[in-house]
Design a protein around this ligand. Structure first.
Ligand code: UDP
Length: 337
């Protein structure tokens, strides 16, 4: 489809006030779309869309996506949906699995049913690479075995399964994108112990040592948020492709030690957590061959951008080995052998 044909489409972004969702909104507004956001502000914040205040092309509706009666009719007249609303993080998913199920699984069916009711033409689902758990193969292809290690991974995987069944049963056009370690400005700053960037940037701002897990040699496929958004937008433009799963990764994998080196500062070591892979690394051959998509932001560049936005993490919680040990108690209790 030519770019001009998709200009001015009516797009709905669930989780549009969140980290990835707000970058998606930036991109869609820049492309001239009308954007409708549904977000319950559980982890997202209006602050993430503050720079669009007064833009008549943006509407924000504060609802829980599982609240079907409230959200369903917002899908009337929508051309495409990016379903990015979800609860993230490992520890709270172990503590409150039903809560995660409600948002990530019931919420997804609710979105799918709203799309079906209103004949939405394209749905892009934000799936998670956590479904691979500790894989045998690196880089990991889409057909690797599913080995969810904790409730968050299970719920995101179930959401993906629902999407693929809805695609099959109701002949909807749906594509699932499995994201690998997304990072970038506006990565969540509040609440529970979570993704490494927020933890380390708060530590840097406070001149505290980085809490490096294990020996720091473990690697992650850190993928910059605008690349993730670009992959989803690329998939959405391909209405000849449906019912498929694509890994979205950076094309490389980087050690925690190399991240520390780029950030600069001292280290303190904390124990390796059970169920944690030593490596995440997307096999991106499918997405590059079928969607002709490639990531654009190299890791060094992405880390530089994070440092330029470090003020965003001023109010983020500051973690140290003792508070992390306390916060991850259930992780060791339930996932330890
Ligand atoms: N990590 C770390 N210190 C922390 C938090 C995370 O060294 O305080 C490491 C962790 O061992 C992993 C990487 O950072 O190798 C990414 O962790 P995150 O929780 O962001 O993502 P995931 O483990 O789910 O890939």
């Amino acid at each position: 489809m030519h770019l001009n044909q998709i200009r001015g489409m009516k797009t709905l972004v669930t989780g549009g006030c969140g980290f990835i969702g707000s970058h998606m909104v930036d991109r869609l507004l820049a492309e001239g779309h009308e954007v409708l956001v549904i977000d319950n502000l559980s982890s997202g914040t209006i602050r993430n869309l503050e720079h669009h205040k007064g833009n008549p092309k943006l509407q924000v509706h504060i609802h829980h996506i599982a609240d079907h009666e409230k959200i369903a009719d917002l899908f009337a007249g929508i051309d495409q949906v990016f379903h990015l609303a979800a609860l993230a993080d490992i520890v709270p998913s172990i503590e409150r699995p039903m809560h995660y199920h409600h948002s990530n699984v019931n919420g997804t069916i609710s979105v799918l049913e709203a799309c079906r009711k209103h004949g939405v033409k394209r749905v892009i689902y934000s799936a998670s690479s956590s479904c691979y758990g500790i894989p045998d193969q690196f880089p990991t292809p889409e057909n690797a075995e599913i080995r969810c290690q904790y409730p968050y991974a299970v719920t995101k995987y179930l959401g993906e399964e629902y999407c693929l069944y809805w695609e099959q049963i109701y002949k909807m056009n749906i594509t699932c994108m499995r994201f690998f370690n997304v990072y970038g400005p506006r990565a969540r700053t509040s609440g529970t112990y979570g993704a490494v960037f927020g933890v380390f940037l708060a530590q840097k701002l406070n001149n505290k040592p980085y809490t490096v897990v294990g020996d720091g040699k473990q690697t992650r496929d850190f993928t910059f948020v605008t690349d993730i958004v670009d992959a989803c937008v690329t998939a959405a433009k391909r209405n000849d492709i449906s019912g498929q799963i694509f890994n979205v990764g950076s094309g490389n994998t980087y050690s925690i030690n190399s991240l520390v080196q780029l950030l600069g500062g001292k280290i303190t070591y904390i124990p390796k957590r059970p169920g944690e892979p030593d490596c995440t690394f997307a096999d991106t051959r499918r997405i590059s061959e079928i969607l002709k998509w490639k990531p654009k932001v190299p890791f060094e560049e992405g880390v530089k951008i994070m440092l330029e936005h470090i003020d965003y993490w001023r109010e983020a919680p500051l973690w140290d080995p003792a508070s992390i040990a306390e916060a991850t108690k259930d992780w060791f209790k339930y996932l330890g052998k």
